[in-house]
Ligand binder design. Structure first.
Ligand code: BDR
Ligand code: CA
Length: 329
């Protein structure tokens, strides 16, 4: 039986790869996509989800997320300043230099919070929530109806980092963007498993330049699209961090959701996100209390991870070719 998921996302290039993986995977049933502002503003991220769906001819609906940042609504001192004209890592439109048509018909009239709550009510204890952006929408859902949210099966959230940040030296982008929402969401950790897929593990998930060339050779159309999406992203990681390849944060969240055995070391721990008005804001801090509210993978089997990515996006034959190529190296 297919696994029922809701994907909350802010595409974003690594979001796009995660969405592609979900659409191509035979065992995933995406009940709906919900959009959130993050990598780009809310309208752009919403449109970008439709661009990817449209390319694949999918009719799954997109539910627009909250215009408001949750932290701003609960903390009058919270001051998110983001100038999207300077946010260039995901390219000017959020999908690198890939040019894809949007499809407004895929955007539902229903908002994300209503959709998420109604869907969990319809399928109690059956829905897994995968979050690839700030936790804004999910915090609003919890504020609106905690009891329904307790009936989620699990949450897999890309964000945070125990030993590293990326937006600041201490904080990862998604959690930095809306830190109060993180603590709100981890309140659910008492009732259902929450996996924090943080930078410690996503930085191990690098598709290198050979992997990307391979994709283009094995499937010129989709491989080229993926390479076009990734051009500015790769350049940015090279220029700023001297990493050569594509660090697949969001893709890791969904691949690890399907294949949890890829995580070879996991912390079961209590997590808190700093909301202090200082350099720590957005930092994920682990505390040594009895109450475990999160599971945090720290190590990834990269080799097998890549095999799943190739097989589930491009098919078994592509994996055979990939194995041959590796053996011939
Ligand atoms: C996260 O921030 C965004 O830039 C990516 O899409 C990912 O969700 C990584 O810190
Ligand atoms: Ca994202």
């Amino acid at each position: 039986m297919k696994r029922k998921v809701i994907i909350d996302t802010d595409p974003g290039i690594d979001d796009a790869l995660a969405i592609i993986f979900a659409l191509q995977h035979p065992d995933i049933e995406v009940l709906g996509f919900t959009s959130v502002g993050g990598n780009k503003g809310l309208q752009s991220t919403t449109d970008n989800v439709t661009r990817i769906l449209n390319y694949f001819g999918s009719d799954i609906k997109v539910y627009k997320g909250s215009e408001k940042n949750y932290s701003k609504t609960v903390d009058s001192n919270f001051n998110l300043s983001i100038d999207y004209s300077k946010e260039i890592i995901h390219g000017s439109n959020g999908l690198g230099s890939a040019v894809l048509d949007k499809n407004d018909a895929l955007i539902s009239d229903k908002d994300a919070v209503t959709f998420i709550l109604e869907t969990i009510e319809k399928y109690p204890n059956q829905v897994d929530l995968i979050t690839l952006g700030p936790l804004t929408n999910i915090a609003f859902c919890i504020e609106k109806n905690f009891d329904i949210m307790k009936q989620l099966k699990s949450i897999h959230s890309m964000g945070g980092g125990i030993h590293r940040g990326n937006r600041t030296p201490l904080a990862e982008f998604n959690y930095w963007f809306d830190p109060h929402s993180v603590n709100k969401v981890f309140e659910l950790g008492e009732y259902l498993p929450i996996f924090m897929i943080g930078l410690d593990v996503t930085h191990q998930a690098v598709l290198d330049m050979n992997d990307l060339t391979f994709m283009q050779l094995i499937d010129p159309k989709l491989g080229q699209l993926i390479n076009q999406m990734l051009d500015s992203y790769i350049l940015n990681y090279w220029e700023n961090q001297r990493i050569l390849g594509a660090v697949m944060h969001d893709l890791t969240a969904i691949v690890g959701y399907m294949y949890p055995e890829l995580y070879t070391e996991v912390l079961d721990i209590n997590l808190y996100c700093s909301t202090a008005d200082d350099v720590t804001i957005g930092q994920t801090i682990i505390t040594d209390t009895a109450m475990v509210n999160s599971h945090i993978p720290m190590k990834l089997n990269v080799e097998v991870y890549k095999q799943h990515v190739i097989k589930d996006i491009f098919g078994q034959e592509a994996l055979n070719e990939y194995t041959t190529y590796l053996n011939n190296e």
